[in-house]
Design a protein around this ligand. Structure first.
Ligand SMILES: NC(=O)c1ccc[n+]([C@@H]2O[C@H](COP(=O)([O-])OP(=O)(O)OC[C@H]3O[C@@H](n4cnc5c(N)ncnc54)[C@H](OP(=O)(O)O)[C@@H]3O)[C@@H](O)[C@H]2O)c1
Length: 353
């Protein structure tokens, strides 16, 4: 068997890293492939869960002595600090690794410095192999670490004519069961789910990640956040059912924005402080409008059902747009049919300051 190229090994490391998505937060997803001096794969690993061994440590344990003189191919710069596990930089040096190839540098001021430590020990370190791909696989974590607030995905469901509820307020269900199952899977990949008190008062959602067929809860539940300026969430609201952690974010706790309601940047900063790296904004239309108007949404995921209502609230209200020239421009990145509905994924284009 011939050896594999560093590029091919990185493709595999990125694939491995993705397996940890949703269970590593507040840590990143990381994959690692070890090659011996002939380019033969002698170890593979990924960071699977918070507090668990890092990708490099898993791969080194597999490789044992065969790692000596070899190359470590890692999606993110090896850490240099002692957290729940020892520094990976030291473990790679101890194992006799000669060369480390990294896709993306670590933006985390606490953990970075791995490359410098490795170089000081005589290990060759290179950056940038498949960097865009690795960046995309870790986009939520990298974005949130660089700027200090969570990566925010706004998810909504609407009819083909853009309605999020009927004239009488009923909205269950606009989309098919398949689309709703897809949403539960999406909830399983984030650290927090955010809803406005308007949605809690109207729909009384649980906001947990669960199997819709048998109702069983996913093992890891995102923090449920209700944005509720004056604390109007009823004592018997389902979000308070104890099935997952819940934070009722009020003005008293977070502070008020210019309109006297919960200050949204302060809310996101507090979530980051609590370890939230990716969050799912589930509405409703008014809260989504406020987040979009403030430029705080990183990704839009819309489930569009082949239904028409002709009346009722629209999926988005008051997003700070009054004329067509100010429309929030999106770049479509994916369109997938889910059950009888369409799932449209798009990224807001950065606006000129
Ligand atoms: N189709 C969908 O995807 C979807 C998803 C969710 C909901 N819905 C529908 O949406 C309807 C409820 O929507 P809604 O617009 O009334 O409620 P909402 O967007 O869930 O909540 C709006 C409320 O959030 C509170 N809030 C706190 N801080 C805010 C801020 N900075 N900016 C804006 N709001 C802030 C405000 O109440 P306070 O001032 O009291 O804090 C505001 O009235 C329901 O009919 C529900 O079925 C549809």
């Amino acid at each position: 068997m011939g050896g594999v190229s560093v590029d091919e090994a990185m493709r595999r490391a990125i694939e491995l890293g993705a397996r940890g998505l949703g269970t590593t937060s507040p840590n990143p997803v990381v994959g690692c492939v070890l090659l011996d001096p002939d380019g033969t794969v002698v170890g593979e690993g990924f960071h699977a869960y918070t507090g668990g061994p890092h990708a490099e440590i898993v791969a080194l344990a597999q490789a044992g002595e065969r790692a000596r003189g070899g190359t470590a191919v890692v999606t993110l710069e090896p850490c240099d600090h002692t957290g729940r596990t020892g520094p990976c930089s030291h473990a790679l040096i101890r194992a006799g690794i000669a060369r480390v190839v990294v896709a993306v540098p670590d933006p985390n001021p606490v953990a970075s410095g791995g490359a410098a430590t490795l170089r000081a020990a005589g290990v060759r370190v290179e950056f940038g192999v498949r960097a865009d791909e690795a960046e995309a696989g870790n986009v939520a974590w990298l974005t949130s670490m660089r700027r200090g607030w969570p990566y925010l995905i706004w998810k909504y469901a609407a009819t083909l004519d853009g309605r999020s509820a009927a004239v009488d307020g009923s909205s269950m269900w606009i989309t098919s069961e398949a689309a709703r199952m897809d949403v539960h899977a999406l909830r399983g990949t984030v650290d927090a789910v955010i809803a406005g008190v308007g949605t809690v008062l109207t729909d009384d959602p649980r906001l947990t990640a669960r199997n819709l067929r048998d109702g069983t809860l996913a093992i890891r539940q995102p923090l449920r956040v209700v944005v509720d300026s004056a604390g109007r969430t009823p004592a018997d609201a389902r979000v308070r059912d104890g099935a997952a952690r819940t934070w009722i974010a009020t003005v008293a706790e977070v502070g008020a924005g210019p309109d006297g309601r919960v200050d949204l940047p302060a809310l996101l900063a507090e979530l980051h402080h609590r370890g939230v790296r990716a969050a799912l904004l589930e509405g409703g239309p008014r809260l989504a409008g406020a987040f979009l108007a403030a430029g705080l949404v990183d990704r839009v995921v819309g489930y569009v059902a082949p239904k028409l209502l002709g009346g009722g609230p629209t999926a988005l209200i008051d997003a700070g747009v009054t004329t067509i020239a100010d429309a929030i421009d999106l770049e479509l990145t994916d369109v997938t049919r889910v059950g009888s509905d369409l799932r449209i994924t798009a990224l807001p284009r950065k606006r000129e300051a």
